[in-house]
Design a protein around this ligand. Structure first.
Ligand SMILES: [Fe+2]
Length: 244
C-alpha cells in the first residue's frame, strides 16, 4: 500500500500562530510509527511570498521522507524556486514529476503570477500530457492548488480554476489518473471530476465556514488538518485528520 500525506495552505506569514499550526501537522507525520512515503503540499505555503517565509517552510519540510511542494496564488515563483526548492530562478510554471511507491505523482502549477484565479497554462497542459504518456499506464495522481470544481462557497469560488474543461479533456485520454488532489478552499472536501475522485485537503492555517454555518467565512480556531491518501489494489481512499 502506498501512503501519501497531503497538506495545504500553510500561509506562513512570520507569525507564531501560522507556524505552530503547520508544525503540528508535520510533527504528527514525523512521529507516526510508520511514516508516509511522501507528503505533498498543494500551495499557499507562504502568505506573502517572501524569502523569510520560504526559509521557515524549508525548515518545516526537513523531514525523513520527501516533501513534494507546489505553488498557490499566495506563492511567488522565483522565491519559491530559489529559497524553498534550492533551484535557479526562473519565471515559468513550477511543475515536477515524482514516483511515490506504486504511484506517479505529478505536481502541477495552476497559478497565474500576480493573480488569484487559477489556470493550467498551455505549457503545463503539454507537460502533463507528456508525463501521462511517459508513465506508461502507471496509476497517477495529479496535484495542484485550485480545485477544478466550484465549492459553492462565495469566497472560495471567487478565484476558481478558469480552464477545468482542458483538464477534463486530458483526463479522458488517460484513464490511469486515479485522483486529482488540490487545496485552496481551506476545507476538507470530496467531489468527482471527469469521472475521477477530486479530493481537497484542509488548510493548516484556518478553516472555511459556509454561510449556513456562520456569517464569518474563516474560522481561525478550528484545528489544522491534513489528508492521508491510501492507494492499493487500483483504488485510492482518503482519510482526514484534524489535530487539536
Ligand atoms: Fe489559495
Amino acid at each position: 500500500m502506498t501512503i501519501l500525506a497531503h497538506v495545504s495552505d500553510l500561509h506562513l506569514d512570520g507569525t507564531d500562530r501560522a507556524h505552530r499550526r503547520a508544525e503540528r501537522v508535520f510533527a504528527y507525520l514525523r512521529d507516526l510509527p510508520a511514516p508516509p512515503e511522501a507528503v505533498l503540499v498543494t500551495g499557499d505555503i507562504a502568505d506573502h511570498g517572501t524569502a523569510s517565509e520560504y526559509e521557515a517552510a524549508r525548515k518545516l519540510f526537513d523531514l525523513p521522507f520527501p516533501v513534494l511542494a507546489g505553488p498557490g496564488n499566495h506563492d511567488a515563483r522565483e522565491v519559491f524556486r530559489t529559497v524553498l526548492l534550492g533551484e535557479a530562478a526562473s519565471p515559468g510554471p513550477i511543475n515536477s514529476a515524482h514516483r511515490v511507491g506504486d504511484l506517479a505523482v505529478l505536481m502541477a502549477d495552476s497559478t497565474i503570477p500576480g493573480e488569484d484565479d487559477g489556470n493550467l497554462a498551455s505549457e503545463t497542459l503539454e507537460w502533463l500530457e507528456s508525463q501521462l504518456s511517459a508513465v506508461d499506464g502507471r496509476p497517477t495522481v495529479i496535484a495542484f492548488h485550485h480545485p477544478p470544481v466550484l465549492t459553492h462557497h462565495p469566497l472560495a469560488d471567487r478565484w476558481p480554476l478558469l480552464n477545468p474543461g482542458e483538464l477534463a479533456s486530458l483526463l479522458q485520454a488517460h484513464p490511469h489518473v486515479v485522483a486529482v488532489l488540490t487545496g485552496h478552499a481551506h476545507t476538507a472536501a470530496a467531489a468527482s471530476f471527469a469521472g475521477r475522485p477530486l479530493i481537497i485537503a484542509p488548510a493548516t492555517t484556518w478553516t472555511l465556514q459556509f454561510p449556513f454555518e456562520s456569517a464569518e467565512p474563516g474560522n481561525p480556531d478550528l484545528p489544522p488538518g491534513l489528508a492521508l491518501h491510501l492507494y492499493t489494489g487500483g483504488h485510492l481512499i482518503t482519510h482526514f485528520r484534524h489535530l487539536p
